[in-house]
Design a protein around this ligand. Structure first.
Ligand code: ATP
Length: 419
């Protein structure tokens, strides 16, 4: 439904969008992310037919060639700009009729469609109210009603919840969720938690260039941070011995020994798939009391910061505890392409995700490129989600491990074993 090939846009000498290419398929909901000035609005305005590209090989939205038929695009997509251009002196229904005429809608169609969309966005009782007297959240809803009026297959929403309070934001987010059921949606936002909850796929821009495109879980895996299992146990054995036993489980790549919280010892375990069943079974055989056994995946915010700053996920989690270095993951054998140079505090303009925060993570098997120009191609294989937890594997500790002579846990001798 949306095809962008080699799009470039300059403002004078400033390169706002730099050779950008991506596609959004029918029915997909895609989050468009990037720090301030990344080029999101510029791209969206071009796609909506309101701004010309400096150069593009192909720009197609809802079947219209944007460069040749911008009016066709404008009429057939629903576009909610960052600042909704409503008419304060008109009543809601008057403004909707005005918009309908701009879309060349027939009178009977408008008569049916206007109450329909006002109801869909929950402002059916505001038809007679002056637009200028609506609250910000209601204005945003009316803006969405305008975008929905032509019953578009494609919705392009630029920061739809900007400036709203948390309650209004939640309401608009739910609304977008419901609208996304039967439409293609491109949604730009700074609010990563919001994007994560609505869009299964994200495109991340930085300095006009695409630095990532995929599902957050895939991005995490590609960045060497597909997640880890957080373990907190109490047992008679020393932390070192426990780490060694955990490290000897099949599929474990690394075990980082974390803090001791009272009588409980924490570990972060990375490896092949979701290892909770195996670790739980090990705890039982060793008569350890388990206080925590949970799967932790990086938040979109952490991934985003990783991508635009080049910092490793372990840096974003806070100081890592002593632990085994993870072996370089096969997922990191990704083709390196240019990533914009590391930027200092690019996440500053972002609203932080309210998703589950990671506790301290072990050093990741990043290819030593923090701060350098690397982008990772995505691996569509989410290891963390693929394991069939109904089929536990045997977790009998190998005799060497029990006898205190740990095997290298990384399997290829590159990483260190647990400390
Ligand atoms: P934000 O999240 O802050 O809205 P954005 O990702 O939407 O940022 P754009 O608004 O597309 O970014 O801006 C990209 C770059 O182009 C920025 O450096 C911005 O200052 C610049 N820019 C945008 N519009 C213009 C304009 N009309 N004239 C000159 N420069 C512009």
């Amino acid at each position: 439904m949306i095809e962008v090939a080699h799009l470039t846009r300059r403002y004078g000498s400033l390169l706002a969008v730099d050779d950008l290419s991506f596609e959004v398929g029918r029915g997909e909901v895609v989050g468009f992310l990037g720090p301030n000035g990344a080029g999101k609005t510029t791209t969206i305005r071009i796609l909506a037919g309101y701004l010309a590209a400096t150069k593009a090989e192909r720009l197609v939205v809802a079947g219209h060639d944007v460069q040749r038929d911008s009016m066709g695009v404008r009429r057939s997509i629903g576009y909610l700009p960052e600042s909704v251009p409503l008419y304060p002196e008109l009543r809601v229904e008057e403004m909707m009729r005005f918009q309908g005429r701009l879309h060349r809608m027939e009178r009977q169609v408008m008569r049916r469609r206007i109450p329909e969309v006002l109801e869909r966005v929950g402002v059916q009782d505001r038809g007679k109210q002056l637009v200028g007297t609506l609250s910000r959240g209601l204005k945003q809803r009316v803006g969405l009603a305008v975008a929905l009026l032509p019953d578009p297959e494609v919705l392009v929403l630029d920061e739809p919840t900007s400036g709203l309070d948390p309650i209004q934001r939640g309401e608009v987010r739910d609304l977008i969720h419901s609208l996304a059921d039967d439409r293609t949606v491109l949604l730009s936002s700074h609010i990563l938690a919001e994007v994560e909850s609505v869009a299964p796929r994200v495109i991340i821009l930085h300095e006009g260039r695409k630095v990532a495109d995929g599902k957050p879980a895939e991005l995490a895996a590609s960045l060497g941070g597909g997640g880890h299992v957080a373990v907190e146990v109490m047992g008679a054995a020393s932390a070192e011995d426990m780490a060694t036993l955990i490290g000897s489980l099949p599929g474990v790549d690394s075990v980082a020994t974390g803090d001791r919280v009272g009588i409980h010892q924490s570990f972060q375990v990375r490896g092949e798939g979701d290892l909770r069943e195996d670790i739980g079974a090990l705890a039982m055989t060793q008569t350890w009391a388990l206080r925590e056994l949970s799967w932790q995946r990086p938040t979109l915010e952490q991934l985003f910061t990783r991508l635009v700053t080049g910092r490793g996920l372990e840096d974003l989690d806070g100081p890592a505890s002593s632990g085994a270095a993870a072996a370089p993951s096969p997922m990191l054998e990704a083709e390196p392409v240019d990533l914009p140079a590391a930027a200092p505090v690019l996440a500053a303009g972002l609203e932080l995700s309210s998703g589950p925060a990671e506790s301290s993570a072990p050093p990741l098997g990043t290819p030593g490129n923090a701060g350098s120009k690397i982008i990772y191609s995505l691996n569509p294989f989410d290891r963390g989600a693929s394991r069939d937890l109904s089929k536990p594997v045997s977790v009998d500790a190998p005799p060497e491990a029990v006898s205190g002579e740990p095997e290298p846990s990384d399997g290829d001798g590159d990483g260190e074993s647990a400390s």
